[in-house]
Design a protein around this ligand. Structure first.
Ligand SMILES: Cc1ncc(COP(=O)(O)O)c(C=O)c1O
Length: 370
């Protein structure tokens, strides 16, 4: 009798994303990392009377132009992708070969490591310690690199702490990485949620820098899946060729809507900043009232990552879910089991109630494992 066919044996699974899709929803959902989604009442996105199908072969020209204007880089350096997720996947795939090593921050957004492992890359860590405000140490990065290290990946703002990388430090890191013949991949999906102006992308810091982002988080438009890579031209060309193997072309209706959305990017960013300013102040007051928690408050961003000084984050998250209709992301998903992530881009009323419920669980000392 022949054996039953089996699935691929390489890691084809993301524990965090599965949890986010199936377990994160709650009445007081504090697990989201995005700014509250823009609804049709606020910003209608018809498909502008155009066709459902268009010449999107290696970028639909009107969208490439809209992205070039938004990002202030020539369109030949831009690859439109299905969200930052595919941007990161394509970038890692064209920058490294199976068996190479990739240096990834700790704590980190799970999909970066999962994608790298799926591509056959060895994942090595460097620290972005929340207690030090998520600031990486360039000497540590240098010391962790070996001749096999092809890519160093950072998020800016950092998921999960929302720490912003100082541009001088980032340039220094790009230099260290470049001297060793490696690429620096900067995931900027949260960058425009930084309160500091002007917002500067790393895309022109150095010729070995590749940047990814999307309209998903700060712009409140996750359903459009409008993402991109900004890279040196030869990297962009390679990533375009790789899209042939993934989806050939993206949804043209979404491309048309993305052009409309990009024309409103300033309004959407202001919307985000208004909400985030209110919500960060709210979180600041909550934090000041809770000696059980410790957190370096970030200057902007859509998430915060407090540490629970004593007790179990799993017990805290369970009590919130089972008795308070509230969800947070347990820090174990980021490799930091004594922390948890709270989204501060959500509706203020939801955040207010969710924080209140976290306070009730802490008051009841349910996190101490009783
Ligand atoms: C650092 C980081 N990069 C990428 C993504 C995915 O972004 P997108 O929805 O644009 O694919 C996320 C989502 O949480 C993220 O946190």
């Amino acid at each position: 009798m022949s054996a039953a066919p089996r699935l691929a044996s390489r890691p084809i699974h993301s524990p965090y994303m599965e949890w986010a899709k199936t377990r994160a929803a709650a009445r007081f959902g504090l697990a989201a990392s995005a700014v509250a989604s823009v609804g049709p009442g606020e910003f209608p996105l018809p498909i502008d009377g155009g066709d459902f199908t268009g010449p999107s072969f290696y970028g639909w020209p009107p969208l490439q132009e809209a992205l070039a204007t938004h990002l202030r880089v020539p369109s030949r350096r831009i690859v439109h992708t299905v969200g930052t997720s595919l941007a990161n996947h394509l970038a890692l795939a064209v920058l490294a070969d199976p068996g190479d090593a990739v240096l990834v921050e700790h704590p980190t957004y799970g999909l970066i490591g999962d994608t790298a492992r799926f591509l056959g890359l060895e994942v090595v860590r460097f620290d972005r310690d929340p207690a030090r405000g998520g600031v990486p140490d360039p000497d540590e990065i240098a010391s962790r690199m070996t001749p096999r290290t092809r890519v160093v990946v950072v998020t800016n703002l950092h998921n999960p702490t929302s720490a912003a990388l100082d541009p001088v430090l980032l340039r220094h890191i790009a230099g260290i990485v470049g001297e060793r013949g490696a690429w620096l991949l900067v995931d900027e999906v949260y960058l425009d949620a930084a309160f500091a102006e002007p917002l500067s992308s790393a895309c022109d810091l150095s010729p070995n820098v590749v940047v990814t982002s999307s309209l998903t988080k700060v712009y409140g438009l996750p359903g459009l899946r409008c993402g991109w890579i900004v890279a040196p031209e030869e990297v962009a060309d390679a990533a375009w060729r790789l899209t042939d193997l993934f989806h050939v072309v993206p949804s043209h209706a979404a491309e048309r809507q993305s052009v409309l959305a990009l024309a409103r990017a300033d309004v959407l960013r202001q919307r985000a900043h208004g909400l985030l300013a209110t919500n960060h102040a709210l979180f600041g007051s909550f934090l000041a009232s809770r000696p059980e928690l410790e957190c370096v408050p970030p200057a902007g961003g859509t998430v915060v990552f407090p540490r629970l000084r004593e007790g179990s984050v799993e017990a805290l998250a369970r009590a919130l879910r089972e008795h308070h209709e509230t969800s947070v992301v347990p820090g174990g998903f980021f490799g930091s089991p004594d922390h948890f992530r709270i989204g501060v881009g959500i509706a203020t009323a939801t955040l207010t109630e969710g924080l209140d419920r976290i306070g009730r669980v802490l008051d009841a000392r349910a996190h101490l494992g009783a």
